[in-house]
Design a protein around this ligand. Structure first.
Ligand SMILES: Nc1ncnc2c1ncn2[C@@H]1O[C@H](COP(=O)(O)OP(=O)(O)OP(=O)(O)O)[C@@H](O)[C@H]1O
Length: 218
C-alpha cells in the first residue's frame, strides 16, 4: 500500500467558532492506482490533500505513506518525508519564475537527492517540453507550465503524486491533454495518484472516485 490514511480528523477554530472539516476519513491507495477526490466546495478536499502532503497535521489519525507516518507534529520531519515520498501539483502551477524550464524540472529531484538527468530528459520529451528547456516559465502557456510542474513532480520519482485541481486553470482541450499525460506516466511508473477535481468527466478517467460529504467519505 502506498497511502493508508486511517480515521483522519481535522477541525479549524476561527474566532471561537469550530468547524469539523474531516470527521474520520480513511483512504487506501496502492502503487500505480489513481483516485479522484470529489466533493462540494468547502467539503475538505484540499485539507485532506494538505494533510497527506504533510503540509499540516491532523487532530487525530494516521497517514502512512509507504512505511512512514507523515502525520507527525514536527514540521522538519514532515518536510523531510514530503521531499522523499510525495510530489505535489497545484492548480496555480507554482513554478519558480527565476529558473529556466530545465532547472524547474530538476528542482525537486535535486532537493530529494534523486536527480537523474536522463529521467528528466525523458520526462521533458514526454511532456512535449524539449524545445522549451532554456525558456523561463513566463514565456510558456498555462498548459506548458502545468506540464513542467508535472515533470518536476515526477522527476524525483515519488511514490505518491498529490494533485489539487491540476487542470483547473486550463481550457478543456488542454486540460484533457495534460490529464492524459499525467495518467499515462503515473501508470507506467507505478506511481500512486490522488487528484482533487470538480470535473466528473476528469474523475471518471481515474481508477477510483471518492466523494467527501459532511467531513466523511461516502
Ligand atoms: N487554515 C484554515 N483555517 C481555518 N479554516 C480553514 C483552513 N483551511 C480550510 N479551512 C476551512 O475548512 C473547510 C474546507 O476547506 P477546503 O479548502 O479543504 O475545501 P475544498 O473541498 O478543497 O474546497 P474547494 O473545492 O472550494 O477548494 C472550509 O470551510 C474552509 O473554510
Amino acid at each position: 500500500m502506498i497511502l493508508d490514511a486511517k480515521d483522519v480528523h481535522k477541525s479549524y477554530t476561527v474566532a471561537g467558532s469550530r468547524t469539523d472539516v474531516l470527521r474520520g476519513v480513511s483512504v487506501l491507495l496502492s502503487a500505480g492506482e489513481s483516485l479522484a477526490l470529489m466533493g462540494e466546495s468547502g467539503s475538505g478536499k484540499s485539507t485532506l490533500l494538505h494533510l497527506v502532503a504533510g503540509l499540516d497535521v491532523p487532530d487525530h489519525g494516521k497517514i502512512m505513506v509507504e512505511t512512514q507516518n507523515i502525520a507527525v507534529p514536527s514540521d522538519t520531519a514532515r518536510a523531510e518525508l514530503r521531499r522523499s515520498l510525495v510530489g505535489i501539483i497545484f492548480q496555480q502551477f507554482n513554478l519558480i519564475p527565476s529558473l529556466r524550464v530545465d532547472a524547474n524540472i530538476a528542482f525537486q529531484a535535486q532537493l530529494a537527492g534523486r536527480y537523474d538527468a536522463q529521467w528528466c530528459a525523458i520526462l521533458a520529451k514526454r511532456m512535449g517540453l524539449s524545445d522549451h528547456l532554456s525558456k523561463y516559465p513566463e514565456a510558456l502557456s498555462g498548459g506548458q507550465q502545468q506540464r513542467v510542474a508535472i515533470a518536476r513532480a515526477l522527476a524525483a520519482k515519488p511514490a505518491l503524486i498529490l494533485a489539487d485541481e491540476p487542470t483547473g486553470n486550463l481550457d478543456e482541450d488542454t486540460a484533457q491533454t495534460v490529464l492524459n499525460l499525467l495518467l499515462e506516466i503515473t501508470r507506467e511508473t507505478d506511481t500512486a495518484l490522488l487528484m482533487v477535481t470538480h470535473s466528473a468527466k476528469h474523475a471518471g478517467a481515474l481508477d477510483r472516485q471518492l466523494t467527501l460529504r459532511s467531513g466523511a467519505i461516502n
